[in-house]
Design a binder for this molecule. Structure first.
Ligand code: PGA
Length: 246
């Protein structure tokens, strides 16, 4: 399966800088034809970015959606509206949302159901804290997150993002990534059957141009979820080129 390289801009980016980013991306796309590319900017930039990338093979997604499909939920954005704007994917259950907004597994699961109902592809994030890893709990924590966050009949993508690797420059060893991806695969097959066997499992956490090739070559790494390094088109393209084996 083609690898998916997804950029998570978090609360970064601006309308003023968007055209330069889109231009930079378009200029380098020929180098990365063998991968799927996705950029997830803040919601207000979703539609403008789609328009700027028009007809280019880069998907644009969001970083969150509401659990409910519509109604009296001030400040929330529905999956249906994101889909109407042209978003293809939505990142759900990122550790920053689990922490900053106290999102529970049950809420992440409800959001995933809303997203699928609206025709979006959810990217459900799981990952352990540094304390959990040092207590030998990484696999247990991730399994529990999958059991609680992934709805029945789920179709989408899973991202393994150890919290201690996000934005820190620290990356798990190749063995650690392989071990968790294997555990995630086993859990997905148990939960979802055949669909779980073919599901992409992304790695996220301090993926950079200089470590991308090694990470993306690991067994059962179906791509990367890239934070900081996705903010520069050049770095994002370099990571995508590593996925393509370039
Ligand atoms: P990072 O973030 O690449 O900046 O570590 C990854 C993420 O949080 O998705």
């Amino acid at each position: 399966m083609r690898q998916l390289i997804a950029g998570n801009w978090k609360m970064n980016g601006s309308f003023a800088a968007l055209a330069a980013y889109a231009g930079g991306l378009k200029a380098g796309l020929a180098r990365v034809s063998a991968v799927d590319l996705l950029v997830c900017p803040p919601d207000p930039l979703v539609r403008p970015l789609i328009d700027m990338l028009a007809s280019e093979s880069v998907a644009v997604g969001a970083q969150n959606c509401a659990e409910k499909r519509a109604g009296a939920h001030t400040g929330d954005v529905s999956a249906d509206l994101l889909a109407e704007l042209g978003a293809s994917h939505v990142i759900l259950g990122h550790s920053e949302r689990r922490m900053d907004h106290h999102e529970t597994n049950a809420q992440v699961r409800a959001k995933a159901e809303a997203a699928i109902g609206a025709g979006l592809i959810p990217i459900i994030c799981v990952g352990e804290s540094s304390a959990e890893r040092s207590q030998g709990e990484a696999v247990t924590v991730v399994r529990a997150q999958l059991a609680g966050s992934v709805p029945e009949g789920f179709t989408g993508v899973i991202a393994y993002e150890p919290i201690w690797a996000i934005g820190t420059g620290k990356v798990p060893t190749e063995d650690e990534i392989t071990q968790i991806h294997e555990a995630i695969r086993t859990a997905l097959v148990r939960q979802l059957g055949e669909a779980g066997a073919g599901m992409r499992i992304l790695y996220g956490g301090s993926v950079k141009p200089d470590n991308a090739q090694a990470i993306l070559a690991l067994p059962d790494v179906g791509g990367a979820l890239v934070g900081g390094a996705s903010l520069k088109a050049e770095d994002f393209l370099a990571i995508a080129a590593a996925a393509a084996g370039g």
